[in-house]
Design a protein around this ligand. Sequence first.
Ligand code: ATP
Ligand code: MG
Length: 440
Amino acid sequence: MLLSNFFLPILKENPKEAEIASHILMLRSGMIQQSSSGIYSWLPLGKIILDKITAICNTEMINAGSNEILMPTLQSAELWKESGRYEDYGKEMLRIVDRNQRDLLYGPTNEELVTEIFRTHIKSYKELPLILFHSQWKFRDELRPRFGVMRGREFLMKDAYSFDVDYVSSIISYNKMFIAYMQLFKKMGLKAIPMKADTGPIGGDLSHEFIIMAETGESEVYLEKDFINFEGLSGNVNYNDNLQPIVDKYTSFYAATEEKHNHENFTNNDNHIIKARGIEVGHIFHFGQKYSTPMNANVNNDKGKNIPVYMGSYGVGLSRLVGAVIEANHDKSGIIWPKEITPWDYNIINLKSGDDQCDKICSDLYSYLRKNCNTVLYDDTNDRAGAKLAKADLIGLPYQIIVGPNGIKDQVYDLKNRKSGETHKLSYSELLNFFNSKSI
Ligand code: ATP
Ligand code: MG
């Protein structure tokens, strides 16, 4: 990508309305623009990252055996009246009346709608288990939208729903999603910690939140110190294996959100349990027959008995994750993208665009990288050298290749590792060797 062709509206000053690093950096690097309170437009750089995060999440959902669908953002109120949640949901739900005076709502979640899809088509245990998921915009009229995309009113969520014939098999589905979550956060370069959680208005008997540790996080959590360094799963998982022992390993550590924490134990000075803050990036619920009973989503079991299906729901905050990744990966100069989701691997910076020799080296490097399947952004604009270097640090690609008149004279160019800050002077052929040896 040539930067001269890329819409990257950088802000020079820190925006006043932003309090935390991820919000400041997303605005400064032109990833998002606020449209109204808690509602954002995603500009090209933001959209690339949001798509990468969504793709990693969707791929793991499919690996775990679930099916992708797409439900609408607008839902009929009728289904919510059936489940009993239309009144319960309160002011967070955006209610809309259409021209025929029919009650609609902008979906804050999709348990009802997916149950309607299920009950239309599935009648027998023989068609189970089934897990359906989609990635779709949600709307919740939050009391205090803040921290940019972290707590928006309109936000992108991946939500999955499992359907099983009995309790035992519904726990197998829950475990699959638990492990899929550990995998997908890891594939985004993040360390998420599963914690016992409250089920809140969704209801149910079993629930975990997935938390990224960060001082700016809104969630207060309590956990065993050793859990933070626990490596957990390595490599791919066979989702048909018995996953219970792996889930048990994670849940053997003490980790709970504030609502679930047993405060009595903590005040006894249990010094291996710490109080910390984090960002909730995922939340899974096992709620059994809570929705299937009032909504008559029944199946015949193997004894010919017609019973309400067992369900669970599983949410990942895709747009919140963009902020969470930045909270976990930045310094005072800007973002430091982890290799897993970086928009491009290399950033070529031409310190003197218009100079024949600088232009030649840069465009040769650009062609080489493109031909060899490395993703690359080339700053070919006419900005000042200082501004270009600051911009490169701000948008945080893993490697910068800096070409200027001094380098041309000595025939060496700077290769900077954005994360460590280390810079090496390499000749043209040494650079090519580096590209070939480095798997980013
Ligand atoms: P929170 O406690 O942060 O309000 P929640 O428990 O109400 O979230 P869930 O219903 O569990 O949210 O939704 C699943 C996921 O969607 C959450 O884990 C979170 O990552 C994301 N999410 C929820 N609300 C928002 C929001 N207002 N803005 C951005 N992401 C959100
Ligand atoms: Mg939650």
